[in-house]
Design a protein around this ligand. Sequence first.
Ligand code: NAD
Length: 295
Amino acid sequence: MDKIGFIGLGNMGRPLAERLIKKYKLYTYDLEKTNLQYFTHKGAVACSSPSEVASKVNHIFLCLPTSSIVETVVNGDNGLAISAKKGAYIIDMTTGEPEITRKISDKLKEKEINFIDAPVSGGPKGAYHGNIAIMIGGTEEQFTKIKPIMDDISSNIFYAGKIGSGHSIKAGNNLLNLICRMATFEVISLLVKDGVDPKKAVEIIQKSSGRNYAIEITLPDNILSGKMVQGFSTGLMKKDAGVATKIANSNDVDIPLGKLSQELLENTIDEFGENADMSIVALTYEKLTGAKIRP
Ligand code: NAD
């Protein structure tokens, strides 16, 4: 059985690693012991540092909160760079910052270690079902080399372009998701105030020109079902929209809708904090408008 390393086994890392453990011997590391135990029960080896993971395998996946944490895990004390083998691949599935990604990649190149970005979109559900979108930044040669392993995770693997391109596209995607989500809650609140049943509005708009991810997935699955759990925190969304803003600033591009949607998200974070689930944004709209969207 081939060996693979996986670091960062939280909401998103866990279902991605679940795909890999079906076929590979996993060497894992996470700051949370319970996340490690979950996989040791399934036959994985729990390592005591990133460096230990790197000493055991040639392919290491990362799914960590931010690029600065990735930088520490790679270059910090007991980091991957200490014992990663020549020719090894570090595949960063974090929703990260293209600029930091390019910097890490350049530094590792000197040691003949490949560092590529491979962020994901489609949430834990998409990962479990093996159809999450994975957008890969690196050379075409690197893409071709790791494609077979990526195919074991999902049927939707894309080559995004040069190093950092995956992270750029992912940041753009999440800003678009935030803008559409806020616009959708605004319109559904308005319709509820006008006496419309939110389930009817969602059912009809799903087949009309205003449809988007919030109408097709977020509202029916997480809000109208009353579940109110999406598995994606307000803090992570703030970080992702912030990455898109940094890209806009460095290219001197104005993003008025992006700015407004981030201000609206800030209202939710002020009230519920950065660990709240993104579904909680519905409550902010209910408060703002007096419309009851949830059952
Ligand atoms: P999470 O907070 O649930 O998981 C992060 C994991 O990383 C935790 O288990 C934590 O213990 C671990 N960790 C943090 N610092 C560490 C360190 N220094 N060394 C080792 N482990 C460390 O977050 P998540 O929702 O799994 O998100 C992970 C990444 O995936 C983020 O960049 C996020 O933006 C992205 N993402 C998440 C989703 C989602 O729906 N949750 C969807 C797409 C992308």
